[in-house]
Ligand binder design. Structure first.
Ligand code: MRU
Length: 356
């Protein structure tokens, strides 16, 4: 089954598929500098929390690889600027900061172990590639845990794009749907278009169609209608940041879907890696919400659709934990009370799988 490749480390540099151009054109760029990677993240060439993390890790590796520093000391001085530039791109997806913290830890280890710059550079490239590889394995595990919660026959709904394009693996929410579909479940996916950036219409519809998974594209204001008519068996979305109590930030529009799901007794699930947990935040009120340009609301693909008025564009909203039936992760499935189950998963280590 077709799996999109949003990002790849190559000998020439970091190759990214330009998601802004999809589905009309499949255009890729090769980046050799960390500043270019930071710009690509900010400008949404690559997007989706885990894929942003992979891009940041690769950006940090590029920064070290192409540094003109001639000593470890000089490289140590340069490295924080590389990480800061990558960190100041998108504030909500915690995977970005998780990946940069990991690259910082690896850099500190390598720079302590050796004064050989070539070895340090090689080690940083290997670490970034490892982050990407792990994301692929993580998605597969999330998919297996979540698939059993999908109905054996019927409609499921998602929001935004939490597919291969958003992770570099098979996707989180779409990974769950993909695995369930491959297991023989007869799923049909309702895809809200996800205004204003249209990740649902442009990216999820494209991925599912390419993967041969049946779908129906709907506009965002059809969600209530489809949930009320009782033909949706489950909803599964991704996450950008999950607070200690289970409150979850995801693409704008997710909150209203979750509330309508509860009203209509449809289970609402989150599929996300443990790296998306931010247990330092007690609840969702502390999660920073990215404000993007109003032009993304007043224009579609560069074409003005509204007069020149003030427009708001919070890119994410927070779904309170009480609306979330379960959270699928690579280490198992968390259920309420999330303060306990998320903590248990976070401390359960890479290899252990816990069902709570
Ligand atoms: O603004 P985006 O496109 O980066 O937002 C993406 C989402 O909200 C996704 O649902 C989330 O990052 C999870 S991706 C597996």
């Amino acid at each position: 089954m077709y799996v999109a490749q949003p990002i790849e480390w190559t000998d020439r540099g970091v190759v990214m598929l330009d998601q802004r151009m999809l589905p009309a054109e499949e255009v890729s760029y090769t980046f050799t500098g960390y500043r270019e990677v930071a710009k690509a993240i900010r400008d949404m060439v690559i997007r989706g929390a885990p894929a942003i993390g992979v891009a940041a890790a690769m950006g940090a590796a590029l920064g070290v690889l192409h540094s003109s520093a001639t000593s470890v000391e000089a490289l140590r001085e340069e490295f924080p600027e590389i990480c800061d530039t990558l960190a100041k791109t998108r504030p909500t997806a915690v995977d970005l900061f998780w990946a940069l913290e990991r690259m910082k830890r690896r850099f500190a280890e390598l720079a302590t172990q050796s004064s050989d710059l070539a070895k340090i550079k090689q080690g940083m490239v290997a670490e970034a590639q490892q982050v990407h590889l792990e994301k692929k394995a993580t998605d597969e595990a999330i998919g297996s845990f979540g698939a059993e919660f999908m109905p054996s026959d019927g409609q499921v709904m998602t929001q935004c794009n939490a597919g291969a394009l958003a992770t570099g693996g098979i996707g989180t929410a779409l990974g769950v749907i993909r695995v369930a579909f491959q297991q023989g479940k007869k799923l049909h996916v309702l895809v809200p278009e996800t205004r204003p950036y249209l990740q649902g219409a442009r990216l999820t519809a494209w991925e599912l169609h390419r993967g041969g998974i049946p779908l129906t594209l709907i506009t965002d204001n059809m969600v209530g209608h489809f949930l009320k008519t009782g033909k949706v068996g489950a909803i599964v979305t991704g996450a950008d940041r999950i607070a200690a109590n289970g409150d979850t930030a995801n693409k704008i529009g997710t909150y209203q879907i979750a509330v309508l799901a509860k009203e209509n007794k449809v289970p609402f699930y989150i599929a996300a890696p443990v790296s998306t947990f931010d247990l330092s935040m007690p609840d969702g009120d502390h999660i920073p919400i990215e404000e993007r340009t109003a032009a993304e609301v007043t224009h579609i693909q560069g074409v003005r659709i509204a007069p020149d008025v003030h427009a708001a564009h919070p890119a994410f909203d927070v779904t309170p934990a009480r609306y979330i039936a379960a959270i699928f992760t690579e280490r198992g499935v968390a259920r309420a009370p999330y303060t306990e189950s998320l903590q248990a998963l976070a401390s359960s280590g890479q290899s252990a799988a816990v069902a709570l």
